[in-house]
Design a protein around this ligand. Sequence first.
Ligand SMILES: C[S@@+](CC[C@H](N)C(=O)[O-])C[C@H]1O[C@@H](n2cnc3c(N)ncnc32)[C@H](O)[C@@H]1O
Length: 336
Amino acid sequence: MLEMNQIHCMDCISGMKYLESESINCCVTSPPYWNLRDYKVDEQIGLEENLNLYVQKLVEVFREVRRVLRPDGTLWLNLGDSYSGSWRGMNDTKTSNKGNKASRDVLKKCVIPEGLKEKDLCGVPWRVAFALQNDGWYLRQDIIWAKNNPMPESVRDRCTKSHEYIFLLSKSAHYYFDAEAIAEPVTESTVKRLSQNIELQTGSSRVPRKDNGNMKAVAPRYGGKKYTTNPEVFNRTKSGNAYEFRPMRNKRSVWTVSTQPFKEAHFATYPPKLIEPCILAGCPHGGVVLDPFMGSGTTAMVALQLRRNFIGFELNPDYIEIAKKHRLASVQVRIV
Ligand SMILES: C[S@@+](CC[C@H](N)C(=O)[O-])C[C@H]1O[C@@H](n2cnc3c(N)ncnc32)[C@H](O)[C@@H]1O
């Protein structure tokens, strides 16, 4: 068995073999994107010559994740897309990520994926999502991570890419999802609409042939009466139970979160704010969050801050040191 609240320097598939089946509440992770950068370690995922091989490798990783997840567990998977023929990574001097000769050679061999033309959007996130669905996962949602500070691009024949995906996948049809924990405030206009006196409204005309009176701003129906200002019934639901007005709504599926530079490393770290809702909704207090691709340890840090345990894997020992020094040193809490 592996120690909890540690990042283990191992290949994630081999490492997860040491985890008990059905022991993890949720997995929050961002695997290496296909052919984007070289993490300078053997066995790394992401430098496959062929897109299908990359997708297959991720299916294999997440099959093992599914085994270790509890039956009510979820996977929150962050992935970004790329354009066919635009492989940057090792040739991108701006990221100081030139890689070694072997990885440059792999990259050179990268072929345009079968069925695609140069410049085609590869659709990598969706290919992975559908492959996981075929492998038995429930594909429950595509959440859009909208960035208001995306990487500038010099393209003139399409828009600048400013989003990535977070797929919510589950092991079973019914699963742990704490919608309350991530509910968001309703808009001002909704608060106004819900608090107005419906009976005093004139309302506006309905579409032709609808003659059931003017259309008034819709208010919730409580106490079996359609619209009422009587507080005795207003504060009851249709079934007669007490109703408490709560100006919150279900979280929406577009999340606007700015990227945050992380000085210590030249690799893609996700911002802590992006994964807070995943952990809040996907894992109860004291539960365990898994990240098979820990990188700088963002998942570990946020899990501890939110009083959840974590367990993670990372192939590059330098990144584990960075995680310990920068991400984890700031968090005093250790749960278990
Ligand atoms: C996109 S980064 C993760 C970044 C992380 N979410 C963060 O915020 O720092 C992907 C990481 O996966 C690691 N990695 C690649 N192949 C791996 C494997 N087979 N097992 C474990 N880690 C691997 C890479 O070294 C890299 O640090």
